[in-house]
Design a protein around this ligand. Structure first.
Ligand SMILES: Nc1ncnc2c1ncn2[C@@H]1O[C@H](COP(=O)(O)OP(=O)(O)OP(=O)(O)O)[C@@H](O)[C@H]1O
Ligand SMILES: [Mg+2]
Length: 591
């Protein structure tokens, strides 16, 4: 019920439209209600042989019909506008809310579930608010009007023929209580199904490569069956309740024929009155049935609404503080104070970072090394405040990142990771993402520095080639170079290269670094790399081991005192094939 009331809240901005369509519905109802009355009068006129009166009544019936027609068209136009308006609002609101949520939220979500909420659930809510609500009120109004007319004509007969109505209401309520949880489960399972489809499409390369089509197919058909079974439960309920709700008033009809018919025979009721009465009772039956299925609509909307509110009620945890400031002036001094981070909600879990304290002076380059899973990516993500530390603080140019507006912060921190995402847009747009409105010259300049210009020039439409989904597929190394160009274009204070050159060959990497040498000047750079050539580029090197900062120093210092670092240099990281050939690369290290 609370969900239902909250759903009505979405209509707040459309109060006028709702009122207007309500008034139109009432007026149309008056016209509708007039018709059986006029018909009854016409029958009396026939019996009395009054031709003039009969003609007049026929005209009145047409007039009432035309009036009703006009009012109904107007009402539908107004209600349709309300419905679509609610849809626009809801879509924008859900999408805006989703975008506002922090990265940590998405870690724990299935994309398909979110998609299903943003489409299927949204649809059922707006359909109900736009149409269902009006239909329900119209049906309820019809019932009330017709009932009043019945009582006016003959109270005793009205009592007899209306006796099934309380039972109808009781059954409808019972149905509602049972149907809602069942429907909510249907929506949930549809969400699972969407998630399954999304994974199958997204993971199609892996599925094909491992010839896992059959397995996926079985999983999928399992999900389909789950939806089917749950929908069957709902359908079975509906199959029973709906016709039952339609059936009960028929009893009233039979009672009317029996009792009212006798009254006409006795002469205590005119045939005209009887016809009018019968007309009103028939008029009452249709909306009772409508009420049956629109209540189903209401159930579904409430179930969907509950799922939408679950999403909308999830407060974003990384937001701008009310007194958030811009980043103070500086060139990117980064300080981590006793930072620990536990992913997820379970605070007893093993932290991904453990009391890390680290200061990186503005304008210097720090290389982060460590085994896979040691927390390197986690550490650099804290600088852009993609996650908040569980304890401790991260400071950029002296300001705690939690006190800075996240947008202002992120404009100054550019992160390039090992598997960069490209939007389905042109190469130019993908690079210009960092700064909307960047000119072609600026984009080309950034691409040159990232060693991307040459290969972009060979693409069919150069910088206007569409890439990403439904576009040209680029190789991993090409994507990385575009992502580096994107980061360079942002001209950030802090540049984070997280395995950003892992997919490019050694000679391209050297070229990128020659380009980077110039751009690294005057900004703080974090590089995460497995190649010694890249590591040697840094002023200092920090070693992470299982979330702890175990050592930090220059290449020479670490070579002297850290057995772990010596091992890296001597044996190389596992992916160091070229290292054994060219262990030092002095020309690069000298940048
Ligand atoms: N979004 C996340 N949710 C939960 N746990 C995570 C998440 N990201 C990373 N982890 C865990 O945190 C630990 C550190 O991961 P991180 O990605 O920082 O390692 P890394 O040093 O960057 O490794 P690699 O060299 O393989 O990139 C790992 O144990 C990982 O399983
Ligand atoms: Mg990583």
């Amino acid at each position: 019920m609370a969900t239902f009331v909250r759903l009505l809240g979405f209509l707040r901005d459309y109060r006028l439209g709702v009122w207007v369509s309500g008034v139109l519905a009432v007026l149309a109802m008056v016209a509708t209600v007039a018709i059986p009355g006029l018909t009854g009068a016409a029958i009396s006129a026939i019996q009395a042989g009054d031709r003039d009166r009969l003609r007049l009544l026929a005209i009145a019936i047409v007039a009432a019909g035309v009036l009703r027609l006009g009012l109904t068209v107007a009402r539908r136009l107004v209600a349709g506008r309300v419905s679509l308006g609610v849809e626009v609002d809801l879509r924008n609101r859900v999408y805006e809310h989703l975008l506002g949520l922090e990265l940590g939220f998405f870690d724990g979500q299935q994309t398909g579930q979110l998609m299903s909420r943003a489409t299927v659930d949204l649809q059922s809510v707006r359909f109900f608010l736009g149409y269902g609500l009006v239909l329900i009120s119209q049906a309820a109004l019809t019932v009330v009007f017709a009932a009043v007319a019945l009582v006016v004509i003959n109270p005793v007969l009205a009592l007899i023929s209306l006796f099934p109505i309380p039972f109808v209401i009781w059954i409808a309520q019972r149905y509602g209580r049972r149907a809602r949880p069942a429907l909510q489960e249907v929506q949930q399972r549809i969400g699972e199904l969407t998630a399954e489809i999304e994974e199958n499409v997204g993971g199609i390369r892996v599925i094909k490569a491992f010839a896992a089509e059959d397995r996926r197919e079985r999983r999928f058909s399992h999900s389909v069956t789950r939806v089917f079974e749950q929908s069957m439960i709902s359908t079975r309920m509906r199959a029973f309740y709906n016709p039952f709700i339609g059936f009960l008033p028929q009893l009233g009809l039979a009672a009317l024929l029996l009792v009212g018919g006798r009254m006409v025979i006795n002469g205590s009721l005119t045939l005209g009155e009887f016809t009018a009465f019968y007309g009103y009772l028939l008029m009452l039956l249709a909306p009772v049935r409508t009420l049956g299925w629109t209540l189903g609509l209401a159930q579904r909307a409430t179930a969907s609404g509950a799922r939408l509110f679950e999403l909308l009620d999830r407060e974003p945890r990384i937001t701008a503080a009310p007194d958030a400031t811009l980043l103070p002036p500086g060139t990117g001094r980064v300080e981590l104070r006793d930072v620990s981070l536990v992913y997820g909600e379970d605070h007893d879990a093993e932290p991904a970072l453990h009391d890390v304290s680290l200061t990186v002076e503005a304008g210097t380059t720090l290389a982060l090394v460590g085994a896979t899973g040691s927390g390197k990516t986690t550490l650099v993500q804290l600088i852009a405040r993609l996650y908040d530390p569980t304890s401790g603080a991260v400071l950029v140019d002296g300001a705690d990142v939690r006190t800075v507006d996240p947008h202002a912060l992120r404009a100054q921190v550019a992160v390039v990771n090992d598997d960069p995402f490209l939007f389905s847009a042109s190469v130019h747009e993908n690079i210009a993402y960092a700064r909307g409105g960047a000119s072609r010259e600026e984009v080309v300049e950034a691409a040159r520095r990232a060693q991307a210009h040459d290969f972009i020039a060979t693409l069919p439409d150069g910088y206007d080639t569409r890439v990403g989904e439904r576009g040209l597929t680029l190789s991993g190394g090409q994507r990385q170079r575009i992502a580096i160009a994107r980061a360079l274009l942002a001209n950030p204070r802090i540049l984070v290269l997280d395995d950003a050159t892992s997919s490019v060959d050694a000679s391209t990497e050297r070229q990128i670094k020659q380009g980077l040498g110039a751009v690294m000047a005057g900004r703080t750079t974090f590089v995460i790399a497995h190649r010694l050539s890249t590591i040697a580029l840094a002023d200092e090197i920090a070693i992470l081991d299982a979330g702890r900062l175990v050592d930090r120093g220059t290449h020479d210092e670490l070579l002297r005192r850290s057995p772990f670092y010596r091992e890296i240099v001597e044996k190389g990281m596992p992916d160091q094939v070229f290292l054994t050939r060219k262990p030092r690369e002095p020309e690069v290290a000298g940048l």
